[in-house]
Write a protein that binds this ligand. Structure first.
Ligand code: CA
Length: 233
């Protein structure tokens, strides 16, 4: 893992934050830290870390609000939620808001690092079929900018989370084929993670809102009943 990978830890529980920061520094990360949501968001926007570890119950500004602001600002950072057991954490809502993954406290450093590596590997690697030089890809009324993490449809620009971008990459590389949910999981999600096929559906819903003229009757990401999805350019 690159020694330059920048991680922002937003966690108000001081012993946990300090322990996390120590562990991450020992792994070679450049670590930024914040003890409340306001400071966390400010650091995220000013430093553009590759990955944000985000607690939800935070003083000044809660984690959901920070997450929304990060995505509204089209920041490309991967966001991993640190969720407390028994906390009112709705994972579907979290993914809707643009979280890339989550761990439930108490978690082991090993588990956290595995998930972080999976997120970083996905975002560093290129999907087969989409050349690195092919930064912008057009289909229908859409233009995807893989470097800027945006999709422009009929002149309207929207941000994409890293996971949405990764899924779109895999779909674009395999047009016209029925793609099973499990196959999409294997190819657009990291192997160290344990997402369910429901995760695929949630991300498809989010992508449709951004790329389809009418998300209710999609023309690009078409449902293949009993199988998964088919991408049509
Ligand atoms: Ca907290």
């Amino acid at each position: 893992m690159s020694a330059k990978t920048r991680v922002l830890v937003v966690e108000d529980e001081e012993p946990l934050r300090l322990a996390l920061c120590d562990a991450l520094r020992a792994e070679g990360f450049e670590v930024l830290e914040a003890a409340d949501g306001e400071a966390g968001l400010a650091l995220a926007l000013s430093h553009g870390p590759e990955i944000v570890l985000l607690d939800l119950m935070l003083p000044k500004r809660d984690g959901f609000s920070v997450l929304r602001a990060i995505r509204e600002d089209r920041l490309a950072s991967a966001v991993l939620i640190l969720s407390a057991r028994g906390e009112e954490w709705d994972r579907v809502q979290g993914f809707e808001y643009g979280a890339d993954d989550y761990v439930v406290k108490p978690f082991s450093t090993r588990e956290l690092l595995l998930r972080m590596r999976a997120l970083l590997r996905r975002t560093e690697g290129e999907a087969p079929g989409v050349a690195a030089a092919e930064r912008k890809v057009r289909f229908g009324a859409c233009e995807v900018d893989f470097a800027a993490y945006t999709v422009t449809r009929s002149g309207e620009r929207q941000g994409l989370s890293r996971q949405e971008l990764e899924l779109l990459r895999v779909l674009l590389a395999n047009p016209g084929k029925a793609l099973a949910r499990e196959w999409l999981l294997d190819n657009a999600w990291g192997q160290d993670e344990f997402p369910t096929t429901r995760t695929v559906d949630m991300h498809v819903l989010k992508l449709r809102k951004k790329i389809e003229a009418d998300p209710e009757s999609p023309r690009h990401i078409v449902t293949v009943h009993g199988v998964g999805y088919r991408f049509e350019r």
